[in-house]
Design a protein around this ligand. Structure first.
Ligand SMILES: Nc1ncnc2c1ncn2[C@@H]1O[C@H](COP(=O)(O)OP(=O)(O)OP(=O)(O)O)[C@@H](O)[C@H]1O
Ligand SMILES: [Mg+2]
Length: 276
C-alpha cells in the first residue's frame, strides 16, 4: 500500500474531520459469485462521523461490497460488523441510495419518502411529521404529490436521498448516487449532500466512478484494485472544510486527484494489455 502523505505537502491535522470511533469494521472480507472471486481480504474501518469514498475499476466489486455491508448479500470469508454486531441481513439504522434512484413509479414523492419509514415501523403521526421535513431538506418542496416520471433525474435522486435520510440512518451507503444526472446537477447535489451531512453527520460510504467526486466528498478515499480486488490504498484527504467550489482549486485536491488517476490508469493499461 502506498502512502500518499509521503508525497504530498503536510496538512493541518486539525483541519481533518474528526471521524470518531469505528462504526463499521470489515475484516478479511472475501466475496465470490460461483467460481468468480470478486474481492478478497478487505480490511476497512469507517468512523462514526466520517465520509469514506470508494473508487475502483468497473467490475472490481464496489456494489458487491456495499451490498455485503448492507447485509443484502452473504459473504464468503471474513465479516462486516456494525456497532459490534456481525451483519447477516439488513438492519435498522443502515440506509442505501442506489444509482438508478430506486423509486416506485406508482408512488408520489411523499409516498416514496414515507416508504422507508413505514418499513421501519414508524408511527403514522411521526411519518406525517418527518416526510415534509425531509422533502424540504432536499429542496423538493412543492413536488410532494408529483410522480417520479414528472421529475427530472436530479429531482428523482433528491427524492431517493430524502427517502434514505428520513429514516435518520447511522450509516448511509451510496452507490454512485449522482452518476445518472448531468454535470451541473451533480455538482449541486454534491454540495447539498455535504450540507445535509454537516447538519446531521453519520457514517457515509460513497461509491463513485468520479475521482473528483471521491476527493471532494471523502475524508478518506479507498482505492480498490486487482483481480480479485483488494484495498490498494487508503488516502487521508485532509482538505480544509467546509468543502465548497473553492476546494476544487486547492493544490492538494489536484495532487490527490492526479495520484488516484494515475493509480487507476495503471490498472486500466494492464487490463488493456491483457485484452490485446
Ligand atoms: N448477482 C451476481 N451474480 C454473478 N456475478 C455477479 C453478480 N453481481 C455482480 N457480479 C459480478 O461481480 C463483479 C463485481 O460486480 P459489481 O457490480 O460489484 O462491480 P462494481 O465495482 O460495482 O462495477 P461498476 O463500477 O461497473 O458498477 C463483476 O464481475 C460482476 O459481473
Ligand atoms: Mg457498481
Amino acid at each position: 500500500m502506498n502512502d500518499i502523505s509521503e508525497q504530498l505537502p503536510d496538512q493541518d491535522a486539525e483541519a481533518a474531520a474528526e471521524p470518531g470511533q469505528a462504526r463499521i469494521e470489515i475484516t478479511g472480507l472475501g466475496k465470490s459469485y460461483g467460481s468468480l472471486q470478486v474481492f478478497k481480504d478487505i480490511n476497512l474501518n469507517f468512523g462514526e462521523r466520517e465520509i469514506v469514498t470508494i473508487v475502483g475499476p468497473s467490475g472490481c466489486g464496489k456494489t458487491t461490497l456495499l451490498r455485503c455491508i448492507d447485509g443484502l448479500l452473504p459473504v464468503n470469508e471474513g465479516a462486516v460488523q456494525i456497532d459490534g454486531d456481525e451483519i447477516a441481513q439488513p438492519r435498522e439504522g443502515v440506509a442505501m441510495v442506489f444509482q438508478h434512484f430506486g423509486l416506485f413509479p406508482w408512488k408520489t414523492v411523499e409516498q416514496n419518502v414515507a416508504y422507508g419509514l413505514k418499513l421501519a415501523g414508524v408511527s403514522k403521526s411521526e411519518i406525517q411529521k418527518k416526510v415534509p421535513e425531509y422533502i424540504t431538506l432536499v429542496g423538493l418542496g412543492g413536488f410532494e404529490t408529483s410522480y417520479p416520471y414528472e421529475l427530472s433525474g436530479g429531482m428523482q435522486q433528491r427524492c431517493g436521498l430524502a427517502r434514505a435520510l428520513a429514516t435518520e440512518p447511522h450509516v448511509l451507503l451510496m452507490d454512485e448516487p449522482f452518476a445518472a444526472v448531468d454535470a451541473q446537477t451533480r455538482e449541486i447535489l454534491q454540495f447539498e449532500l455535504l450540507r445535509i451531512w454537516a447538519l446531521r453527520p453519520m457514517t457515509m460510504v460513497f461509491v463513485t466512478h468520479s475521482i473528483e467526486e471521491a476527493v471532494l466528498m471523502g475524508d478518506r478515499v479507498v482505492v480498490l484494485k486487482g483481480r480479485p480486488s483488494s484495498v490498494f490504498e487508503i488516502i487521508e484527504v485532509n482538505l480544509p472544510g467546509p468543502r465548497d467550489r473553492s476546494t476544487l482549486g486547492h493544490p492538494r485536491f489536484a495532487e490527490i486527484r492526479e495520484h488516484v488517476w494515475s493509480t487507476l490508469m495503471d490498472e486500466a493499461r494492464a487490463a488493456e494489455f491483457e485484452v490485446n
